[in-house]
Design a binder for this molecule. Sequence first.
Ligand code: 15L
Length: 272
Amino acid sequence: MPRILMTGAAGGIGTSLRKLLPPIYPDLVLSDIKKPADLGSHERFKAADLADLAQVEAICEGVDAILHFGGYSVEGPWDPILQSNIIGGYNLFEAARRKAVTRVIFASSNHAVGFYPRHHRIGTDVTPRPDSRYGVSKAFGEAIGALYADKHGMKVTCIRIGNFGDKPLDHRRLAIWLKPEDLVQLCRIGLEHPDIQFEILYGASYNERSWWDNHRAYNLGYRPTGRAEDFREHATAEQAQLKPDAVAEFYQGGVFCSMDFDGDNSKIIDWT
Ligand code: 15L
């Protein structure tokens, strides 16, 4: 039975996966900078600050694989992103290498490619076009994952997560929604599939409006059960509450693109 370390256990995704993973991976060790408020007596927890290599090494001891959901999860000031996602990302992969962890699943984000227009269907082989400092940190995480896979033989899967939750929240999320159980499927592929060396997969359910080509995930056995269109009415009602935002509505990354935007749309990308 593999021992799995999950970082980010107190975050939104971590809190949900803490309930879904134990039936599949009973030897689960949780970590975050602070203990989750609702930690159960049956759960094993080790605190660590991702920015501190020694602390990260300590939590990797005896671990077979890591689900790395820790770090800063939205756009924000540079310093916390630098500490948690850039330095923290390096520390995670380096600690994993030192402790002979064989597989790492890295929670990347759609914001690594957020400046692709919505009508431009992209695969996982496109050049990163981050839409934020946060998106840059996710592109960095994918790059360092590739380095440790290629140079050290670690089996690395990066999941470019769309929007994780029980239902899609607006029009944009109808294209990028990820049902929790579908994320579990993608984690299982990263943790168990014999052909993994380095992969980037999109973390999206079966969404008819998707702008991502996720055939790599399907080839590896992914069969999502969530269908965004089942929630179309809800998402449309929520969308009606939002203020119009031309830049956000044009690009895949939504408001992460329009935040602080003073660029020139016509120069960003060849949209044809
Ligand atoms: C993300 O990467 C964030 O972690 C999450 O909070 C949402 O903003 C999501 O992307 C999204 O694009 O909806």
